[in-house]
Ligand binder design. Structure first.
Ligand code: CP
Length: 304
């Protein structure tokens, strides 16, 4: 079954095929959509809040001609409040829908769901663990501006510890060894060891220097993940560690890109939004064609 559980599951040839299929889906979108999924149902079941991921999954299914059932606030309105397990939830949903996109607060829920589900599970973010479908739309966005096989300086900035989008994107970027990775975070939010590979040339730093701004091709900024902190004062101390304003972005190369999975809080000033390097809204829009490709693959409506 075509579950999407972790960025680790993809081979390079699969990644390249998904990128190509997402490009095809962009053309389909330009025509208003298709009906290849006309008798299929997507269930979105989100234990944690979301704007982009849930609604882009749902848009993707509707643009494929399918239907959607949705529980956007499972911790408040579903039988999870009565103690229902993720396994039982998955068993029930897989009797209703043909495919399930699930977001959880805990690491590993999507895998637990996949063990008992009779339909594909798409991990839409599991706590501080992974966000594999986001990493595919991130890769799709980078490929629009750069040749993935040529040398490229990519710098992650912000919350490397809890930032699940970083964990997944770092993983898939290993298939493109010409992309050099630097991780910049306050020392208490540094990249977990399993995602840091100095033997592959990775660097980690605690300061966002002018040199970094001037030399990077891709800067992937992230929010400090407030919801993962037990001590709010600790969060408040770290929240504004790195702020991209017009002055900082003016130091970036003209053809460099500034990405962010969103939502942002303070870390990118709104004055940056109109600058040529700012690609984060486009990045979010890319979620629709990429998720169309992923749903169509999982339902075996296109080549896998
Ligand atoms: N990028 C992302 O996961 O956004 P949402 O939390 O709004 O889904």
């Amino acid at each position: 079954m075509h579950h999407v559980l972790s960025a680790q599951q993809f081979s390079k040839s699969e990644l390249l095929l998904i990128l190509k299929q997402a490009e095809e889906m962009e053309k389909v979108l330009a025509q208003g959509g298709t009906d290849i999924a006309h008798n299929k149902i997507l269930a979105t079941f989100f234990y944690e809040p979301s704007t982009r991921t849930r609604l882009s999954f749902e848009t993707a299914m509707l643009r494929l001609g399918g239907k959607v059932i949705s529980t956007p606030n499972a911790l408040a309105v579903s039988s999870v409040t009565k103690g229902e397990t993720v396994e039982d939830t998955a068993r029930i949903l897989s009797g209703f829908a043909d495919i399930i996109a699930m977001r959880s607060k805990e690491v590993g829920y999507a895998e637990r769901a996949a063990k008992v589900s009779s339909v594909p599970i798409l991990n839409a973010g599991d706590g501080p663990g992974e966000h594999p479908t986001q990493s595919l739309l991130d890769l799709f966005t980078i490929k629009k501006y750069f040749n993935l096989e040529k040398p490229l300086q990519l710098v992650f900035v912000g919350d490397m510890k809890y930032g699940r989008t970083v964990h997944s994107l770092e993983t898939i970027l290993r298939h493109f060894p010409n992309i050099a990775l630097t991780f910049i975070a306050p020392s208490s939010l540094e990249i977990p060891l399993k995602h840091f590979h100095p033997e592959k040339g990775d660097q980690k730093m605690t300061q966002l220097t002018d040199e970094i701004l001037e030399q990077s091709d891709v800067i992937y900024d992230t929010r400090v993940q407030e919801e993962r902190f037990e001590d709010r004062n600790e969060y408040l101390k770290l929240r504004d560690a790195f702020i991209f304003d017009e002055k900082k972005v003016a130091r970036m190369k003209k053809n460099a890109i500034l990405m962010h999975p969103l939502p942002r809080v303070n870390e990118i000033a709104s004055a940056v939004d109109g600058l040529p390097q700012a690609k984060y809204f486009e990045q979010a829009r890319n979620g629709v064609p990429v998720r169309m490709a992923l749903i169509a693959r999982a339902l075996k409506l296109i080549e896998t």
